[in-house]
Design a protein around this ligand. Sequence first.
Ligand code: PEP
Ligand code: MN
Length: 256
Amino acid sequence: MLNAPQRPIVIMAGPCAVESTEQLESVAEAVRACGLHWLRGGTYKPRTSPYSFQGLGDEGLRILSEVGRKFDLQTVTEVVDIAHVGQLDASVDCLQIGTRNMANYELLKEVGKVTARSGKRVLLKRGMAAPSDEWIAASEYLTTAGSTHVMLCERGIRTFETATRFTLDIAAVPVVHKQSVLPVCVDVSHPAGQSDLVPALAKAAVAAGCDALMIEVHPDPLHALSDGPQQLNIAQFTQLIDELRELASALGRTLA
Ligand code: PEP
Ligand code: MN
């Protein structure tokens, strides 16, 4: 295999937002059944509108860490406020910094400082209007503060295109691999905006050599409290994982 990275492709899957124990347990069960290891779920949600569901907050965090423990899955959730950093660091395995906070440098410094002590992972999403060099520079706020396990996450950028929610910059994968030593995740749900586009974007990301994928999954997307249209149901997710395994194997990779 020519230049193919040999590390497994890490799949981080779960609902946009933690809504209840039952909801998260059904996704966790599917993630485990697929032989995967990471569960995502928003607890403090940075929503564009103040009238939209804002997440369950502390209660969501409690559910996420309990379900993660019960199903032996690692957990990732977004940190939106400096005041929450210590609590999230103590509760989950990876702190996500969302697109709206990529350039919140005080938050980056605090997350960098706290995760330097704990050894927890950090997933830094690309700002939706950030060129890749600004995104890489933002990651250096984390690494210079001592954070040792930082991953960059492409999640789509704003362009003139309106057929998708954001334009997935697939070239960001090789670009970041050239310019940074950090691994690259691709969130394929937020750029798609619609669940039927997710499989093609996921396959493109694997073909481009990503190190991880983030995929939103909900047991009942029609009734999801946030991002329903883009979330896969459990059957769709399971089928996509089967297809991605085949593609990964053709490229000399595995999924984890
Ligand atoms: C998310 O992953 O839940 C999220 C809000 O993503 P982004 O910051 O990319 O919009
Ligand atoms: Mn979402």
